[in-house]
Design a protein around this ligand. Structure first.
Ligand SMILES: Cc1ncc(C[n+]2csc(CCOP(=O)(O)OP(=O)(O)O)c2C)c(N)n1
Ligand SMILES: [Mg+2]
Length: 628
């Protein structure tokens, strides 16, 4: 008996396959691919482009301005949807494809599913070298798309139409696997995209990928519970996994019952409402005094859904307890085993519930609970102080953050990625909703902000999206404002202008390099000069607000915090993307709170400017621990 087949091009079969994929968790189904972003060229317009245009009902097509941006948009979309849905991205060959590299790395670092569908050089090699093909003299089958192999969790090239069947299934398995997920690439030679094949009908039928909630075996759960019961100063570190697994309610319940306090990583911020007892806020290099003090004295750390990046551990200095032990709840085995922790490999929500049952009737001592409450209250006062500094003539960045926080709604989302704002937001943003805080700090990609905001808005149209972007990030990738206008996806972009790379300037000054290359200035005497705190100096005739206006945004210029507040209120009634331009004092930063970040300093130098930073680095290094 012959199999039932249907004759389609590779690209047509791929589009049909993608439209038929669904994810399912807790009995609720979601379309896995809600659409496809794309920029067309000779490498994809007759293949994937033709297939998308033939069936707009199957997969909504979105146009972008830059391929890197569309990958950020897709990963932000996936993050907002807790990795249950994502978007595909189609590009031409060559530069269109390689433009996605940074986006792919950012997605994989942040463990976010995105499907990349670049065109590729002819599999037949008849016209070699086709326009935009890079010839590799020692390896005929290699193309620029091979650059993606290290940054993808699954990578394949479809050199024959029938290869699509196993490759597409393997790709979707990885995208929906919570431990393995990240960027996935199916590289599509431009000739193969248009070749026809008799595809099995079953391949194109509706398919559901179930995301289960596995828990560790009972012995390990018992061991973890015993360790916690024996602890005097236990604490929880909540990472992105808490939010992706929708474990926030389960976590809050355990915290209410046991009194174990919670600190949050960048991706985990929002796990706790800022004002719930036990919410210590941010931990690590950009941590709060409440969290970092608690971490310093913790004897058992229950880390849930975190990769333990250097910012979280303050470069392995934040946990200072003599015999501190780690219990790591993580869906990924590799993460669960970090810092020599007791590995609880499983879904965050189900594992927290299973641990919670084993901790019934157990609580931390009243004295510890009181200490945490005091630290939390003191920290809240510090946030209020920084929100209302009354700094002038230019406002401080912390006041801008305060204004946006106070004038945004509890369900609204703040988006950021690079510069000095992620650290300040991590410390200062008062989170009220698990999905209200979206800072990409795994790859900290300048340029993610506006493109990412677009993905959030697409994923959650009922929420207002506040994109906080520095002038440097804005200059790197602002063009998706045009896409937001085109798609009528309103963003409120707060463009925080401090005339340069303030974060790196401050870091450079603290490391003895005088802010070299971090300020926008005319070249004088053959040098771009330094930024050692001198407030004078010519500014460049660059007007970023005007630029935003040119992209079609509604622009409001705010000179101070009062005007910013008025602008934020006015922005509510404007139905297209608003850009609020606000200058800030680049030298008025938020301090660090008993934390350290390992940035190495040159061991020898012609100047003695490095002596102090070098000494400070050695001093900081002495606090480092192995945790092995
Ligand atoms: C793509 C990319 N290139 C370089 C960096 C390193 N870097 C981190 S922050 C920063 C400056 C950001 O400037 P801006 O957006 O104005 O923020 P500010 O530091 O002024 O707050 C740079 C260059 C990065 N994170 N991403
Ligand atoms: Mg700046």
């Amino acid at each position: 008996m012959s199999e039932l087949t249907t004759r389609l091009t590779t690209a047509q079969a791929l589009v049909r396959f993608l439209a038929a994929q669904h994810s399912q968790r807790d009995g609720v189904q979601h379309r896995l691919f809600e659409g496809c972003f794309g920029i067309f060229g000779h490498g994809n317009l007759t293949g994937v482009g033709q297939a998308l245009s033939e069936h707009p009902d199957l997969l909504t097509y979105y146009q972008a301005r830059n391929e890197q941006a569309m990958v950020h948009t897709a990963s932000a979309f996936a993050r907002q949807r807790n990795r249950l849905s994502t978007l595909a991205c189609t590009t031409s060959i060559g530069p269109g494809a390689t433009n996605m590299l940074t986006g792919a790395a950012a997605a994989t670092v942040n463990r976010l599913p995105v499907l990349l569908l670049p065109g590729d050089a002819f599999a037949s090699r008849r016209p070699d070298p086709v326009l935009q093909q890079l010839e590799v003299p020692w390896r005929g089958e290699m193309t620029v798309n091979d650059c993606f192999q290290p940054v993808c969790r699954y990578w394949d090239r479809i050199s024959r139409p029938e290869q699509l069947v196993p490759a597409a299934l393997a790709a979707v398995r990885v995208l929906t696997n919570q431990a393995e997920t990240g960027a996935v690439m199916l590289s599509l030679p431009q000739d193969v995209q248009v070749e026809a094949y008799d595809y099995p009908v079953e391949f194109l039928a509706r398919r559901t990928w179930t995301i289960d909630r596995p828990i560790p075996i009972a012995r390990v759960l018992d061991e973890a519970a015993a360790l916690i019961r024996g602890a005097k100063r236990p604490m929880i570190v909540a990472g992105g996994g808490v939010i992706y697994s929708e474990a926030t309610e389960a976590l809050r319940e355990v915290v209410r019952r046991t009194g174990i306090p919670v600190a949050e990583t960048q991706a985990g911020k929002g796990s706790m409402p800022f004002d719930q007892p036990g919410a210590l806020g941010a931990i690590g290099a950009t941590g709060t005094l409440a969290a970092n003090r608690t971490a310093a004295g913790a004897d058992v750390v229950i880390a849930i859904g975190t990769r333990f990046s250097d910012f979280t551990t303050a470069s392995k200095t934040v946990f200072r307890g003599e015999g501190v032990r780690f219990i790591n709840v993580n869906i990924a085995d590799a993460d669960a085993h970090k810092l020599a922790g007791l590995a609880l490999v499983g879904d965050a929500r189900a594992t927290v519930e299973a641990l919670g049952e084993r901790l019934a009737e157990w609580t931390v001592e009243a004295e510890y609970r009181e200490l945490c409450d005091r630290l939390q209250a003191d920290w809240d006062k510090e946030v209020s102080r920084l929100y209302h500094l009354d700094h002038g003539p230019l406002p401080a960045q912390s006041e801008v953050i305060g204004a946006v926080n106070e004038l945004s709604g509890p369900k609204d989302v703040v988006v950021c990625a690079a510069g000095s704002m992620p650290g300040d937001l991590h410390k200062l943003w008062r989170t009220r909703d698990a999905k209200g805080y979206h800072v990409e700090y795994g790859y900290s990609t300048m340029g993610y902000e506006i493109a990412g905001g677009l993905g959030v808005k697409l994923a959650a149209p009922d929420r207002d999206v506040f994109v906080m972007v520095g002038d440097g990030s804005y200059l790197m990738m602002a063009q998706e404002i045009v896409t937001s206008v085109q798609e009528r996806l309103k963003l409120t972009v707060v463009l925080v202008d401090n005339q340069g790379f303030a974060s790196i300037g401050a870091l450079s000054r603290s490391k003895g390099s005088a802010g070299f290359g971090t300020r926008y200035r005319y070249r004088t005497g053959g040098s771009l000069g330094d930024d050692s705190g001198n407030r004078e100096g010519d500014t460049l005739p660059v007007d970023l607000a005007l630029n935003a206006e040119g992209f079609g945004a509604h622009v409001i210029r705010a000179k101070n915090v009062e005007e910013l507040r008025d602008a934020l209120v006015a922005a509510r009634d404007i139905d297209r993307t608003v850009v609020i331009h606000v200058p800030v004092d680049r030298y008025e930063g938020v301090p660090g709170y008993e934390s350290w970040w390992d940035v190495p300093v040159a061991e020898v130098s012609e100047s003695d400017n490095l002596d102090t930073p070098r000494g400070e680095h050695e001093q900081g290094s002495r606090l480092r621990r192995w945790y092995v």
